[in-house]
Design a protein around this ligand. Structure first.
Ligand code: GLC
Length: 756
């Protein structure tokens, strides 16, 4: 790739002249002392001018972020309110997290702006993971929609509600690839595939930030950098140890995509990489993030992740922490206070280069200027606008639609669903169907329980004759009495809908589970209900894939509803009733058993792949379960059916500069109009490092009326056929490729071509 050096050289010269001429001119006009306050001056110049006026303590202040609200981490070395006030007035705090609300942020901002020497405004950050006041489906559920416009719309609404509440910054999107449903944080991500997770990350950044021009946009955060989703055993904060080629090919792409989408900030992860904590990892922060990807925003630590370099065994004390974090390329320090307490001394001792500090502080100041906070520090803190823009009917509508697009139909024997008639006698069973507290995860934002629509609320609104029984209690225990009541209702009904799963309370950070089976009490209830002979629809609610192996024999239909947020019940009822024909496809494999984890579609073949059908012995398998997951990546049914045929390529022999057109005909062979997510995978059969048996490289969500068929064409180019070597170089190798197209990663048509 040739860079037009002459043009870019020109640009550099121009900017340098500007940096010299502008100040000189303004100096002559006696305006220099207020240069940084002049909105007509380019931001880079304002930053430079402000930096020239700051003391080292004030620079350390810009790198200091403190919690000033609910705890979202261990409250080990919390700072008292009194101490915060003193630090604020001394310009020693640059940002707060968990300070929310137009009124509160305005009053805190006022102190920083009016009572400190330079009046540098604060940034207020918060975890708007899937909504602020209107709660959307968890990101993992939202990802199952394969609808990027919907994802962007959801993020836009979340950003708007956050921004009108005084917030400038959300700590999202989480871009951590994970293949381990024991890890509670899978709910925050986009599943197991790097290609699709990259598209999701970009869509979320676009929704949160827009062009960062209006009062309805917020800074996005690419987190957690990097590979936090690879924690061993699915145990949060545990060790991560991945090969460089796995890092480049699987874990880094979504972070890169979010950075390239213009994300303003990146957050360190808690884990080590190559034995070095991410917060002190120069390879990640400088070589990859800044030098290779050209990241121009700023890095913020995770909660005390600087300080955790001590228990990691990488730093001796907080002064060493500050030195190692900043030298590696970290910048803003969330909650450890290592930087504010030790940076000035480190500079005095010559251990840290002031230019590196100025670069970090300058990046933060850039966004404070960009957000217009120097012109109007209270721009986001308007109480009337806050009142007018939270949990509006329009926002609820977006959440309801997003929910319907996230529900995955896993089973539908004899076309039991949809229950189109409102006169159906329904026995709804399941404590969770009527429990607002269990509907949402820890990242519920500021949403209120009393605004949630439960499954019970939603179904009751759509069906006239509906009974309800708990069937099990808040601890997932059942009893003869609870079962008897449920069975009694079931016997009198036409159909049973049973809400099973686990509470949203065990979803999110620090929510790892060793057992991801459906609770035994619920299985006992299912067996009893099955005895009635009534058709049973299972609605499964959880923030992760659960093991459903024991559920399938006792149910006729299964809808995986994840955690859908404020409009849960309405989204579920719209799908159950057939007002929305399910389109969602899972973005995480569903394990056959927890012992199968990690199980994912884009695995290597191994030297002894399991023959299909199974051979006799000496191949990679379990003796007690199949190798395949219960439900594979990309799987999800519709109320209609689709048939795939005529997979064809236009170039059986492809030159590296050419585009391969891949066509397939898809027909809606059922009786409902529907949408199908047509997926295209490749396999690089022989390469210098082994490649996955399948890699998603394209998809199209197409609408087909009952009986209608369409031929769709994908374009594959060199970029789609390349991979990274362990240095992060893009490699394209000649040889044979398999192409797969289908409605999931397992049931596919296959063909091959050769790259010459
Ligand atoms: C938490 C999470 C991170 C979050 C931060 C601030 O520990 O790891 O995702 O953004 O702290 O709440």
């Amino acid at each position: 790739m040739t860079i037009n050096f002459y043009k870019s050289a020109n640009k550099i010269i121009y900017l340098q002249l500007l940096l010299v001429i502008m100040p000189a001119t303004l100096f002559a006009q006696g305006k220099l002392k207020q240069l940084y306050k002049d909105p007509n001056v380019p931001i880079q110049i304002r930053v430079k001018d402000l930096l020239s006026k700051m003391t080292i303590e004030e620079k350390a202040g810009q790198l200091n972020q403190l919690n000033s609200g609910d705890l979202t981490g261990p409250g080990l070395n919390a700072t008292s309110q009194q101490e915060k006030l003193i630090m604020l007035k001394a310009g020693k705090i640059g940002s707060f997290l968990n300070t929310i609300g137009a009124s509160t942020t305005r009053s805190v901002q006022k102190i920083a702006v009016e009572q400190s020497r330079l009046g540098i405004p604060l940034l207020f950050g918060y975890d708007v993971i899937h909504g602020y006041k209107t709660l959307f489906p968890i990101p993992l559920a939202e990802a199952c929609s394969w609808d990027l416009d919907q994802v962007t719309e959801n993020s836009k609404v979340a950003a708007k509600e956050a921004a009108v509440s005084g917030l400038h910054w959300t700590f999202a999107p989480m871009c951590d690839i994970s293949t381990d449903p024991r890890w509670g944080r899978v709910m925050e991500g986009a599943g197991e595939d790097p290609y699709y997770a990259s598209l999701l990350a970009s869509a979320r950044v676009k929704g949160f930030q827009g062009k960062l021009e209006s009062e309805y946009n917020v800074l996005a955060t690419v987190k957690h950098f990097a590979a936090y989703g690879a924690v061993e055993g699915g145990r949060d904060y545990n060790n991560v140890d991945v090969s460089r080629s796995k890092l480049w090919n699987t874990y880094l792409p979504p972070y890169e995509a979010a950075v390239k989408a213009g994300a303003a900030t990146v957050m360190n992860s808690f884990n080590v990489l190559d034995g070095i904590p991410a917060s002190g990892n120069k390879f990640l922060l400088t070589e990859v993030l800044k030098n290779k990807w050209g990241f121009k925003g700023f890095v913020v630590s995770d909660w005390n992740s600087f300080g955790e370099m001590i228990p990691h065994g990488f730093a001796a004390d907080y002064k060493d922490v500050a030195l190692k974090a900043l030298k590696a390329g970290s910048m803003m320090d969330m909650e450890s206070k290592s930087v504010i307490n030790h940076l000035p001394q480190l500079i005095k001792e010559g251990k840290l280069n002031i230019a590196q500090v100025d670069d970090a502080v300058g990046r933060i100041l850039y966004y404070k200027f960009k957000l217009g906070l120097f012109e109007n520090p209270y721009r986001f803190s308007d109480e009337q606008r806050e009142k007018d823009n939270l949990l509006t009917p329009a926002h609820r509508k977006v959440a309801r639609i997003a929910g319907t697009k996230s529900i995955v139909l896993l089973k539908n024997s004899d076309q039991l669903l949809p229950l189109a008639s409102k006169d159906k006698k329904i026995a709804l069973v399941g404590f969770y169907a009527n429990s607002k507290a269990d509907m949402v995860d820890m990242w519920k934002g500021t949403s209120d329980y009393n605004t949630y629509v439960t499954v019970y609320d939603g179904l009751k609104a759509q069906y006239k004759d509906l009974t309800f029984a708990d069937g099990y209690n808040s601890k997932n225990e059942t009893s003869e009495k609870l079962i008897a009541e449920a069975v009694n209702n079931a016997s009198a009904a036409d159909v049973v809908i049973v809400n099973i799963g686990i509470s949203g309370k065990v979803s999110g950070e620090d929510k790892s589970l060793a057992d991801i089976n459906i609770p035994a009490g619920q299985i006992a209830l299912l067996k009893a209900l099955h005895q009635t002979g009534k058709p049973i629809i299972a609605l499964v609610t959880a923030g992760r894939p659960l093991v459903l192996t024991q559920v399938l024999p006792y149910t006729n239909a299964v809808l995986y509803c994840w955690l859908l947020g404020t409009e849960t019940g309405n989204s579920v009822a719209d799908v159950v009733k057939g007002l929305y024909n399910p389109t969602a496809k899972t973005v995480m494999s569903f394990p056959y058993a927890v012992g199968q984890v990690p199980v994912y579609y884009n695995h290597f073949n191994t030297g002894r792949p399991a023959p299909d059908p199974g051979g006799d012995s000496f191949y990679s398998r379990y003796l007690d379960i199949p190798n395949q997951p219960l439900f594979p990546f990309g799987y999800g049914l519709s109320y209609t059916t689709f048939n795939y045929r005529n997979l064809s390529l236009d170039l059986p022999l492809l030159n590296s500069g050419q585009v391969q057109n891949v066509s397939v005909t898809v027909k809606n062979t059922g009786k409902y109009d529907g949408e199908e997510i047509v997926q295209l995978y490749i396999n690089d059969i022989t390469a210098s490092i082994v490649r996955p048996v399948k890699e998603l490289k394209a998809y199209k969500k197409i609408g087909l009326k009952a009986g209608e068929e369409k031929t769709i064409t994908f374009q594959l180019g060199a970029k789609d056929l390349s991979f990274f070597d362990d240095k992060g170089n893009v490699i394209l190798e000649k040889g044979k490729f398999k192409i797969f197209v289908g409605g999931n990663s397992r049931d596919v048509l296959e063909t091959t071509f050769e790259l010459k």
